[in-house]
Design a protein around this ligand. Structure first.
Ligand SMILES: *Cc1c(COP(=O)(O)O)cnc(C)c1O
Length: 507
């Protein structure tokens, strides 16, 4: 806070590093301890020793396994250090745009660990898991209500999987009408999973541009539409955090050529209880339960991407679907023209139970408040930051907004990537960067409804401060981070050639 030392508010390398004698991370458990260290001592043999049968031949080890030799407290410290090297929503602010990193209430964890849910076996007869099936039916009903669409499958294991499921159902729907359409329209602001899904379903991607207000260019869309188009895939609110002002015109134009409108529902948090995708004219929607309905996520799962669909698409959904029988009991059924299974058993049931617990705890009015608060938080931050950062689409946003670091790069040679790395030194997870692709040096910020004004203010203060650092000491920002276990990685190489295996040193 001294005002002259640009690093004053950020933990610096020297003071925050754990001293070299006890590095927090960096040493593997195999590199700790000493040959004589033990965690437990086996009692002395009180029976005759019997060597492993020679008949096992080549399968018997000839050398002792290279196990770590550590004491119990060393093990405890090792895992504690690893756990604290992790960053999650419970460690600090995590404004990762499009990912909805809201706080995950502990009550949901408790619910999904109840033995009746956690210990259920996939092959148990339906009569012995009536409670679980009832929960799944009620979850389907709640999601149908939120979506404004009557049918729901809980099978897909993620949002991208939901996209694939819905597009396969759409393809089956067209095929059932004897209609072999070849193209799917995707706007240029779309998440990468959208065109990937289109390609996986064997369709061709037709891209339409955004207009100057950040919505779909409706004239370009009309030009792209004809009887060869199977569907439009659209995120609304979109990845700029903007609600499309022409949504009814858009879905109307899609239906006019016999195509279906698919909503990527990753941004549902912004409109929960306010508007329903079904009322916007969408025929199908995936819902990222792990984003909107608060399941810990990141690092690859598990998640759940249920699909809600119109009456016309319902017969094609994957089965089995949980159903309520006329006599009040619960069971499973497969829709008549189902595309088949897309996931083993009933999906990621642990995630489904968490989402159900969340919905019941928050309640119908509470869901509406979630959306209102998420939108308020985003607009508050946007207004605070637009004075210093470029805001390419200056409109009231929904739950997220996209800034541009273009000016910072031109004037100081500091890139959005550098800012993201510098945020780590302030204990903040960086926002999503370089997405959506239509914004230069993009930084996509989604604060969510669960953060206090104090947290939002600190984040804004830090970003303004980093803008100042970029001007006064660009090298400082370009060299960040200084306080993390590893500094700058060759990120492409870290993904393409991950070296995650440990091998014992040659004896
Ligand atoms: C997260 C996201 C997806 C993909 O969802 P996953 O659950 O990660 O597969 C698709 N579209 C948008 C806009 C997203 O934010």
């Amino acid at each position: 806070m001294s005002g002259h030392d640009p690093r004053a508010d950020a933990p610096d390398t020297a003071s925050k590093r754990v001293p070299e004698t006890e590095p927090a991370t960096g040493r593997l458990i195999f590199e700790r301890g000493a040959p004589e260290s033990r965690c437990v001592e086996a009692p002395a043999l009180d029976v005759p020793e019997v060597p492993l049968d020679e008949a096992l031949g080549g399968y018997v080890r000839t050398a002792a396994p290279a196990l770590p030799h550590v004491t119990e407290v060393e093990i405890a410290r090792h895992y504690e250090a690893l756990a604290s090297a992790n960053f999650g929503v419970d460690s600090g602010f995590y404004p990762l745009g499009s990912c909805t990193m809201k706080y995950n209430p502990r009550i949901d964890e408790r619910a999904c660990r109840l033995p009746g849910f956690a210990s259920a076996h996939p092959y148990q007869p339906a009569s012995s898991v009536q409670g679980l099936l009832e929960l799944l039916v009620e979850l389907q009903e709640s999601l149908a209500e939120v979506a404004g669409l009557p049918a729901v499958t809980l099978q897909p294991a993620a949002g991208a999987h939901g996209e694939l499921t819905a597009l396969l159902a759409i393809r089956a729907y067209h095929a059932a009408n004897g209609d072999a359409r070849r193209r799917v329209i995707v706007p240029d602001s779309a998440h990468g999973t959208n065109p990937a899904t289109v390609a996986m379903c064997g369709y061709e991607v037709t891209q339409v541009p955004s207009n100057e207000r950040g919505g779909v260019d409706v004239e370009a869309l009309r030009r792209a539409l004809d009887a060869d188009v199977a569907a439009l895939m659209l995120t609304n609110p979109n990845t700029l955090g903007l609600f499309d002002e022409n949504i009814l015109e858009i879905t109307g134009a899609v239906h006019a050529v016999g195509a279906l409108a698919y909503c990527d529902g990753a941004n549902l948090n912004a409109v929960l209880g306010k508007v329903r995708p079904g009322d916007m004219g969408f025929d199908a929607l995936h819902i990222n339960l792990h984003k909107t309905f608060a399941t810990p996520h990141g690092g690859g799962g598990p998640g759940a991407g249920p699909v809600a669909a119109s009456r016309a698409l319902a017969p094609f959904l994957p089965g089995p679907v949980a159903v309520r029988h006329a006599d009040g009991s619960f069971g499973l059924m497969t829709p008549e023209r189902s595309i088949g299974r897309v996931r083993s058993y009933l999906g990621n049931v642990g995630v489904l139970v968490r989402a159900y617990a969340y919905i019941r705890a928050v309640g119908g009015d509470g869901l509406t408040e979630v959306a209102e608060q998420a939108v308020l938080s985003a607009n508050y931050l946007k207004e605070r930051l637009k004075a210093v950062w470029e805001l390419p689409y200056d409109r009231t946003c929904m739950h997220e907004f996209v800034l541009s670091g273009g000016r910072m790069r031109r004037e100081h040679g500091v890139r959005t990537l550098d800012v993201a790395k510098r945020l780590l030194d302030y204990g903040i997870h960086p926002p999503t960067i370089y997405f959506p692709l239509i914004v230069d040096e993009a930084m996509m910020i989604e604060p969510t409804e669960t953060e206090s004004k104090e947290t939002l203010d600190r984040f804004a203060d830090v970003l303004v401060r980093i803008d100042g650092e970029a001007a006064s000491d660009p090298e400082l920002v370009r060299g960040a981070p200084y306080t993390t276990p590893v500094r700058r990685l060759d990120e492409a190489r870290a993904v393409k050639e991950p070296d995650l295996a440990w091998r014992p040193a040659e004896a």
